[in-house]
Structures are given as structure tokens and as C-alpha cells.
Design a protein. Sequence first.
Length: 348
Amino acid sequence: MDITKTIQSKIEQTDFDNLSFGKCFSDHMFSISFKNNEWQKPEILPYGPLSLNPGTHVFHYGQAIFEGMKAYKNEQGETLLFRPQENIKRLNRSADRLCMPRIDEAIFMQGLTTLLEIDRDWIPQSDSMSLYIRPFMIADSEFIRATPANEFKFMIITSPTSTYYAGKTNLKIEQKYARSVVGGTGFAKAAGNYAAAFAPTKKVQNEGFTQIIWTDALSHEYIEECGTMNIMFRIDDKIITPKLSESILGGITRDSIITIAKQKDIEVEERRISVSEIIEHYNNGRLKEAFGVGTAVTINPIDSITFNDTVINIEEINENSYATVLKSELLGIQYGKIEDVNGWIFKL
């Protein structure tokens, strides 16, 4: 691997007490190109601009995928990764769907661990902060013919971060637009999925809401996701969450929360959930909590859900709420404070 280090680090000019999610980047990045049907020699170089011609394939046909993960520091200052193999698996599922080459686990892990060793000072030593990691792949062949590219670039960049959402989370149930459809790319982390969601999301934000609750594209009767998160509801003492399908992204945080909940003897049901069911549970006093789960937010409690003229106001969480207990457990594992009985932590 070729390594070129930056001449001057930006870390001294970085205000770690006032981080805005995804706007501050560390000193270096990992890069490797795919040409002639094989991955070339990897390199680490200073974070900076890419040189791409106007005819580069990704600009015209959207062959682009990405992942989201985090690095943490424990009390001993050691760097911890949370279930990185699951990110590799999901990245490769996305690559298959978008007709892109798979990345070898060895290449991924070598690039990631070397990058984190070089930029280890960018990983905050704090229980409320972490280093967000963004692996991504783009098609960088130069042609504007509507066929799959044959050259690609895989990269990893990192960004120190704190809270993703700030303030209350008030959601509106979407009844016109769809995030994804069965048979589409909804299960993949394709860049275009997010671009297509921006306009309807901006619309509800202009109405005063935080995000959208996405429903199925066919009938808009069944709940699928919550903004960029998976969604869970507590009905009495049971958690229900939409069952994974081709139109729902399988979150690693989602899977982890389900595992932890079951280990705490909390019943979890993965199944179709209708909007009318949630309204009925609310009217009957059975809806106790609702929360989004994802890498960026871990667990984000939902304050209200609006459907037409119906507003579901959910009680504020407390120290005994499922959201609090499960988030505390997951963060404890990720920061190395709680025993990892599931073998999820990768220590550098």
C-alpha cells in the first residue's frame, strides 16, 4: 500500500466541541481503483479533491453506493469498530444490485485499519462522540453510454461527529411519494435512493416536521422506514418493527437492537405494520414508545407522528423506557464499557 501523509494536519483548527454532522473531515483518505477486471494497488493520501472528467460515468448514470459506520475509543484509548464485517456484506449486496464489483474483505479491512491508525487522533475520546466512517464506491469510467461502467473507485473518508438530530423528532406519514419499491434498489445503500428522497423530505420539513415515515409504494398503508432510519414501536411491553423486504434497508443497528432486546427478554415481532394499527394502539393507550434506529443516530426517540388530521403525541422517554435502556446497552458495547457477548467489537 502506498501511503502519502499530509504535510500539515487540520486537527488543531478543528473545534471538537461544535461539530456539525458530516462537515468536518480528517486528514487522510483511502483509495483503490478497479481496472482490467481487478483491484489495483491501494493507497492512502491526504484528504482532498478528486480529478474527474465531465464524461465520468457516475455523473450520468448514478452507479454509486456507500456505507456508514463508526469508530470509537474506549477508556484505555483503544480504537473499536462495531460489526465491520456486516458493513462489508451489505456493501457487496449493494454492489451486486448496481452491477459493480465486490470489494474483498481483506482490502476493505486493510484500508480501513491503516487509515484509522494514521488518523487515530481524530477519533474523539468521548462518550457522546465518535468517528463516522464513510466507505463508498463510484463508477469512474469515462463514457456517456447507458451501460454499466468497467472502471470504479472505492474510497474511505472519515468525519468526527456528535449528534445527528438535535431537538424534538416530529414525523409525518407519507401518502404520495415512495422511498423504494419491491424489485427496486431500496434494500441497497445506493446514492440515488437518498437523492430521490430529498424533495418529499424537504416538503414536510417546510411544513414544520423533522422527517418522513415512509410507507409502501403500492397502497401507502404499511409503514416501512423513518427518514434514513429503521423504525420500531413499543406496544405494551412488546417491540414491533417492519419485517425486512426488498424495499427496506436492513440496518446493522436495527439487527443489533433486536438481538439486545431479546437478550433482555423483551419480545420482538418483525412483521408488516399498518398505519391504522398504530393509530388504533395509540387510541387504546397501548402505544408506549416509537423510535428510529440507525448508525448515525443509534436510537432516536420519536415525539410525534402526524397522519392527516391525527396527531400521535408520544410520551417523553425516561430511564426505564426501552429506547433509553437499549441505547445505553448498545453504546456501552460500542464504547467498550459493557461486555461484548456477541462478538461484535473489532479492536484495532
